[in-house]
Write a protein that binds this ligand. Sequence first.
Ligand SMILES: C[S@@+](CC[C@H](N)C(=O)[O-])C[C@H]1O[C@@H](n2cnc3c(N)ncnc32)[C@H](O)[C@@H]1O
Length: 307
Amino acid sequence: MIRTHIPVLLDESINYLIIKNSGVYFEGTLGFGGHTEEILKRLDKRGSIVSTDVDFNAFNYCKQKFKDENRIRLYNFNFSLIDIIAKIENLKFFDGILADLGVSSFQLDNAAAGFSYSHSSELDLRLDKNLRKTAADFLNSETEEEIANVIYKYGEEKNSRKIARKISEFTKQNRIEKTDQLKEIISSVTNPKYLTKTLSRVFQALRIYVNNELDILKSFLENSVPVLKEGGRLVIISYHSLEDRIVKDFFKYETLSCVCPPDAPICTCNKVKRLNILTKKPVLPSVPEIRMNRRSRSAKLRVAERI
Ligand SMILES: C[S@@+](CC[C@H](N)C(=O)[O-])C[C@H]1O[C@@H](n2cnc3c(N)ncnc32)[C@H](O)[C@@H]1O
């Protein structure tokens, strides 16, 4: 049986996104189609949605799920290609753009997807199987220092050096291929009290690195603004502090109309203000939502409007 995914901050995000029910919307993170389905419910028969997921399984699942729906067009592209997708669709602008970052519960719960330390599977962690390097390739080929840096930077894991040393000692003798090999290595240097948190931090760090998620997010934000219609909203749900920081800083920068040094006699930067922030503070899931879906607990929703 396929365990699907409970959409996070569903009403909150869609209420911000839909400004006209005959509009054309973009969802960059189709997943199990939870947000896309809700958007379709709110659109009239002239409205439509273009949705993409870089994971072929998610794309394929949604192709079936929405097979009788003619207001949707699906892509198996990286969302950073939003500008290319708009061109293919012959669209100058979308009326709203949504991204619900990270991975779905299906990816985390399904052993074959290899995203979770709870199952024994290949240590892959690529969302897009066309990417060259798996997490195992990275651990088997990189230096101890580089591994420690990735675990520290993307996982915010204090014991990154200790864990990286153990990984390097292991890979001098054997190749790491499986999730449970990595789990065993981490367990051997971690206090059992903190093991679950440490495992999830290390796996998350490797996933972010392997998929280059932070740079991709920056390109997506950058490429979204020119294809967002005036008055349209850019709605982003993030689950990781580094992602949220990127969204927050990008929105802030896009509200500025000048970035010249304060002592410059005249403005020479030609900066144009492109966004207004609609959520001064991020919107967080309610206590009942967190109770019903623990995975929502780290979610943060930020929204900006194109001017
Ligand atoms: C949290 S899930 C989205 C769940 C979806 N909103 C729903 O309610 O079913 C995130 C999805 O985004 C996809 N994803 C992550 N990074 C992506 C990227 N750069 N381009 C396209 N899809 C991406 C993942 O494969 C995953 O299916």
